[in-house]
Design a protein around this ligand. Structure first.
Ligand code: AMP
Ligand code: ZN
Length: 155
């Protein structure tokens, strides 16, 4: 889908600051972040709304959102929490027609900063922000190494 900006980001033909990708999903910084580290996770295969998304990919999307929310607490951004939001359909104010899960880092006491960010939507040093998120993912993985399945034995 060449007319879809998120498909072009997935394909690498439109610019984006990617923080994570695997076979199913790609995560990149929102171009107009509400808070520093605001990330979008999209399925690699185009789906306009949840109605078009297969449930396994929906699970992959949330699994990655869960992982990113945990990573944001560990990297340089040191968040205290996150808002995970998915606007499904134009009725719900979805503005880009490719399913995406927002992960918006939050800090205790950031109510005013959040409100200001919601109005201004200004980028915050994307390269250092992405590096901080990747560091959080690395910290998360080193604390919880993925289980290895060796000849049917779960380690
Ligand atoms: P929604 O209202 O849920 O559809 O949100 C769409 C989000 O996509 C907004 O937060 C936009 O700032 C973001 N966005 C739109 N175009 C791009 C882009 N080219 N790269 C990164 N984020 C984008
Ligand atoms: Zn698309």
């Amino acid at each position: 889908m060449n007319d879809c900006v998120f498909c072009r980001i997935v394909a690498g033909t439109a610019p984006a600051t990617k923080v994570y990708e695997d076979d199913a999903v790609c995560a990149f910084l929102d171009i107009r972040p509400i808070t520093r580290g605001h990330t979008l996770i999209v399925p690699k295969r185009h789906a306009t709304e949840l109605d078009d998304l297969d449930p396994d990919t929906g699970a992959d999307l949330f699994r990655t959102g869960h992982r990113l929310a945990r990573a944001l607490r560990r990297g340089g951004l040191a968040s205290d929490g996150a808002n995970l939001v998915l606007n499904d359909g134009t009725a719900a104010f979805q503005t880009v027609g490719h399913v995406h899960l927002h992960v918006v880092p939050r800090r205790h006491g950031d109510k005013l900063r959040f409100a200001k960010g919601f109005l201004l939507r200004r980028p915050h040093e994307p390269q250092s922000t992405a590096a901080a998120i990747r560091a959080g993912l690395t910290a998360l993985d080193s604390a919880n190494p993925p289980a290895r399945d060796v000849e049917g034995v779960q380690e």
